[in-house]
Design a protein around this ligand. Sequence first.
Ligand SMILES: CC(C)(COP(=O)(O)OP(=O)(O)OC[C@H]1O[C@@H](n2cnc3c(N)ncnc32)[C@H](O)[C@@H]1OP(=O)(O)O)[C@@H](O)C(=O)NCCC(=O)NCCS
Length: 183
Amino acid sequence: MLAINFSPFPVLQTERLLLREINVSDAAQIFKLRSNPVSMQYLSRPVMKNEEEAQLLITRIKGDISSNTGITWAIALKEQPETLIGTFGFWRIEKENYRAEIGYMFLPEYFGKGYAKEVIFCGIDFAFHTLNIHSIEANIHPANKASEAVLLKAGFVQEGYFKENFFFNGSFLDSVIFSLVKK
Ligand SMILES: CC(C)(COP(=O)(O)OP(=O)(O)OC[C@H]1O[C@@H](n2cnc3c(N)ncnc32)[C@H](O)[C@@H]1OP(=O)(O)O)[C@@H](O)C(=O)NCCC(=O)NCCS
């Protein structure tokens, strides 16, 4: 069984970005992210209606980190470390299978700058070499071509296509499953 300990919190850095712990002071930016229709378009999660919902999410994220069951980082530009521009994490970890599910999102003004690629490469390296994860899963909406492109660049392969396996907002949605296995 995989043993995980997120204490002390693992701060990571890429060339341009800082991946730091999410704090209660990030609630306004989390709300901005989770209420943005462009960022949320393919997430199949309810769009947030107020900052209290962002506070609840932050509490849940902190709880997962404390219990070593999942981790989500705030993404910030190195020169503006206090401003959250996106989130990245392994929000579901199957310790018995040494497997984790990846998740990431940015505010639209930060799309198309190579930031997702930068973060995912860094996160994969951390998962395989520090956490000792053996495989990483990504579950995406079939129309999310930006997410698919980033996953393919990072070496993920499509392993499955589930028809109408996810019920959201009154509809049954398809899911595409990608994975990356440690070499
Ligand atoms: C998915 C997401 C993280 C991609 O972020 P990004 O920072 O724009 O991606 P990058 O700039 O790092 O692009 C990486 C590669 O994907 C390609 N790409 C990005 N968006 C694309 C699109 N819409 N269609 C096709 N290719 C795309 C880029 O051209 C780039 O390729 P390159 O290295 O050859 O130039 C971003 O669109 C996002 O936050 N979306 C909303 C949340 C979301 O859907 N998250 C994923 C849930 S599974």
